[in-house]
Design a protein. Structure first.
Length: 733
């Protein structure tokens, strides 16, 4: 700060310069700051878009733009198909490694085609409906691809673009390759002279990106070069099954943009600092300009301060000031004493007010409780009054607590004796219910050996007395006998006789088998063996226990034995009638008598000696198994289709599909001899290898052929034909 008028005048000149020049400088810096803010927003937007693209690329392997991938994902979700079923053309194309120097030009030539979405023919109607009613936000081109695409012939030119590409093995790659051959098969040449030398029907491109079209009908030739993006800019690549290079480029580009954003933010901070400093200087200049030098000259004020300091020192050393200070000290002491007494009285008053409030609250609470409490019965009131009268003649505030304690003590003694009586009564109730339930277990579903069930027990006793249950015990025993002996006894008998019935029905089949030799001097005989499982055996035992002794129990009027048998019958009947899946499986195992037996085939000689036994076909060869099956089948069919006294069936046509496909000629002849011996007329569908073997057994042979293919128009066609071996007649359709 200047100490004289001349220095202050120079300061005012500087103030004027600041007021004149600083606003313009601030405006310039603010404009630069706004420009930097715009640049930062643009850079951030680019960085965010690249980050989103990088995130999308990291989750897949293709180079297609994120916007197209997002639209495809929405389509796939709407059509309920996978994204792999809707590939973009670029995802099926790779530039061959030995042709990488041509990749920048190929990426530019096929960039638009790469974003063509390929749709299977079966999804055409669904995708058309979705795209028509949905705003996609992009320009989407898609092609519906049929399933029967025939590959086109490759280009013979080594310079052809199609020969520089590789195609992913995928359902629609054939169409992509055909489309490139048809529309995009440019001749890739090194310079413009070779480009000009191409034929009129050819199109081509130089390695620098100059493109020549095919010669138009009017003789004109079109050329184009698209340099809106740098040739070889990886960020514009859309072809390829791998995006590793594009991902690395995006990471470098994001890093470069982030560095630019940081530099821009630093410039913005520096401009803000300069603007704030300049505005502070303007504020200081405006304040300085408000004063003259006389107003800020401190030399005059220094003299005034010295005079005031001397006057203060005189006052502090005067006798009058000491007397006044003593009076002030006495007054302060007196005030402290009075204030202490006042505070003590105030605390006492607050304590009394709190006690009064508590008493008033207690009174209000008691009055409310009395108003809401039910009226005491007269007998209770009289008893309590008598009890209080025994303790005191008059209830007062002083003796009410003592009197209350004594009354409560007497009431507690009365309650204790009552609880003892209740406990004894509950014990007797428990014993009675325990004994009753042990004698009548069926009552467990309704009663428990607990005093809380005393009401139900009394109701049950009343019911039994009213319904005269004892009078109906005889009827109960008769019904038990009828149910167990007549019904379940009949079921038990039927199950035990099932095997005998099967053996009886099997006897005619064995007689039919005995009419034909299975092998030379050998015949087959089918026998029944027991195959009952553990569930079936236990069920038979349960039936026996439940039904045995029923007549004796009825005769002797043994009610306990009848009740025991009733419990067993109830368990069996409940499970037989259950809808539970496990019980239904159990019911089938115990009641289906077909599961209780198994069959074995014995090979016997003329004297009945068993020479071989067949339990199943697992240990037999394919031909042996077929022989066993066909022999038993023929015997069973003859048993079913022939009358009792007839050697051959009246209806004897048997149709066999894929007949003897696994058998050798020797067995085939044996099987046909079996069917012929049993008197059957055979219609056979069999491979050509057995036609010669079967010809002695059939009157005619027809050969049928069937084939599928594609006609000249690319349509699927099927052809079939037949021919009679013994004649020249043929037919085709």
């Amino acid at each position: 700060m200047p100490t004289d008028a001349e220095g202050y005048a120079q300061l005012l000149v500087q103030v004027q310069e600041i007021e004149s020049n600083s606003p313009e400088q601030i405006s310039l810096w603010e404009a630069e700051q706004i420009s930097d803010e715009v640049d930062r927003r643009g850079l951030k937007k680019q960085s965010e878009e690249l980050a989103a693209e990088l995130s999308s690329l990291s989750q897949r392997s293709s180079n297609i733009d994120r916007r197209y991938i997002h639209v495809r994902k929405q389509l796939a979700e709407s059509l309920q198909v996978t994204e792999q079923e809707l590939p973009f053309a670029g995802e099926l194309i790779d530039v061959r490694h030995d042709q990488r120097r041509w990749e920048p030009v190929i990426q530019r030539l096929l960039g638009s085609f790469a974003t063509t979405l390929l749709v299977p023919e079966r999804l055409a109607r669904t995708i058309n409906n979705y795209v028509n009613r949905t705003s996609l936000g992009i320009r989407l081109t898609y092609r519906v691809i049929p399933s029967n695409i025939v590959p086109s012939r490759r280009s013979g030119s080594p310079r052809a673009l199609s020969n520089k590409l590789g195609f992913l093995e995928a359902p629609m790659s054939t169409w992509v390759r055909n489309e490139i051959l048809r529309v995009y098969d440019y001749e890739c040449v090194d310079n413009e002279q070779e480009l000009e030398a191409l034929g009129a029907h050819q199109q081509g491109a130089t390695i620098k990106g100059l493109v020549r079209e095919r010669t138009h009908k009017d003789g004109s030739v079109g050329y184009a070069k698209d340099d809106r993006r740098r040739l070889g800019d990886l960020s514009s690549y859309r072809l390829g099954t791998s995006n590793d290079e594009k991902v690395e480029l995006l990471r470098e580009e994001i890093s470069r943009l982030n560095s630019k954003i940081t530099a821009t933010e630093n410039r913005i901070k520096e401009k803000k600092r300069l603007i704030d400093r300049e505005r502070e200087m303007i504020d200081c200049a405006e304040k300085i300009a408000q004063y003259t030098f006389d107003q800020i000259d401190i030399r005059v004020d220094d003299a005034s301060l010295e005079a005031l300091a001397k006057q203060r020192a005189d006052i502090l050393t005067s006798p009058e000031l000491a007397q006044l200070q003593q009076l002030v000290n006495e007054a302060e002491n007196r005030y402290a004493e009075v204030n202490s007494s006042y505070r003590a009285a105030d605390r006492k008053a607050a304590q009394l007010a709190g006690e009064i409030t508590t008493v008033n609250q207690d009174v209000a609470r008691l009055e409310s409780e009395l108003a809401n409490r039910e009226k005491v019965e007269d007998a209770t009131y009289t008893e309590l009054s008598s009890l209080i009268g025994e303790i005191t003649r008059r209830v007062t505030q002083r003796n009410i607590d003592q009197m209350t304690d004594k009354v409560i003590g007497k009431l507690d003694a009365t309650i204790s004796s009552s609880e003892t009586a209740i406990t004894q009564a509950n014990s007797r109730i428990t014993r009675i219910l325990t004994q009753y339930i042990s004698e009548w277990p069926a009552e467990k579903s309704e009663l428990r050996d607990d005093p809380s069930f005393a009401g139900e027990a009394i109701n049950r006793l009343t019911f039994l007395r009213r319904d005269r249950l004892g009078d109906f015990e005889g009827r109960f025993l008769d019904l038990m006998n009828e149910s167990s002996v007549k019904n379940l006894g009949a079921l038990s008998t039927a199950l035990r006789r099932a095997r005998g019935d099967i053996e009886t029905r099997l006897q005619p089949v064995n007689e039919s088998l005995g009419d034909s030799e299975f092998n030379a001097g050998r015949w087959l005989k089918v026998e029944v063996r027991d195959n009952r499982n553990a569930d079936a055996l236990k069920f038979m035992n349960d039936l026996t226990e439940a039904t045995s002794g029923a007549m004796a129990a009825t005769r002797d009027r043994d009610i306990k034995e009848a009740e025991k048998r009733y419990q067993a019958l109830s368990i069996i009947l409940d499970r037989l009638g259950s809808d539970n899946a496990e019980d239904q499986r159990w019911r089938r195992l115990v009641l289906d008598t077909r599961l209780h037996v198994r069959f074995i085939a014995s090979e016997i000689d003329a004297t009945g000696v068993v020479l071989n036994t067949y339990v199943d076909s697992a240990s037999l060869s394919g031909g042996q198994a077929q022989k066993l099956v066909f022999f038993c089948l023929a015997a069973a069919l003859r048993f079913r289709l022939a009358e009792a006294d007839e050697a051959h069936p009246r209806y004897a046509t048997v149709v066999l599909d894929e007949a003897f496909d696994r058998a050798d000629p020797a067995f085939t002849r044996t099987a046909m001899n079996i069917f012929s011996e049993f008197g059957f007329h055979m219609v056979l569908a069999t491979p050509l290898k057995l036609v010669q073997t079967l010809s002695p057994y059939v009157d005619g042979t027809v050969v049928i052929n069937y084939s599928e293919g594609v006609d000249d128009k690319g349509n699927d066609v099927a052809r079939s034909g037949w021919a009679h071996i013994d004649s020249s007649a043929e037919g085709t359709q």
